[in-house]
Structures are given as structure tokens and as C-alpha cells.
Design a protein around this ligand. Sequence first.
Ligand SMILES: [Zn+2]
Length: 62
Amino acid sequence: MSEAIQARPRVTAEWLCTRCGVTNRQFVLAGTPVIEDRCVACHAKHLIWPSDRPVRWNSEAK
Ligand SMILES: [Zn+2]
């Protein structure tokens, strides 16, 4: 009976790379507080977390 877990919605997280300015997109589980992601262009590691607006996330280089 794992239907509740499988039904967790996903949201698009869009974040700006602080190093090269590229917009990255990540598909994450709704309710994720903070995750680590890499820029697709320069591969810089960032921490991203939700902002006031649902799609545009905050980003900070690690
Ligand atoms: Zn970058």
C-alpha cells in the first residue's frame, strides 16, 4: 500500500547559476526544503531552495 508515496506531486524548480547566469531547471518533489544541484553549463554546485514564487528558486553557490 504505497499509493500515497507514489502520488507525491513534483514541481519544476528554476534557478539561476550565480557563476555563469544560465537558467537551470530541475524536477523535484513538492515540499522539498533544499536540495543540491549542478549548473548544466559550468557544473558549479549550488544549493537551491524555494522562493516566494513557486517556480523561481533561490540559489547559492557551494
Ligand atoms: Zn553555471
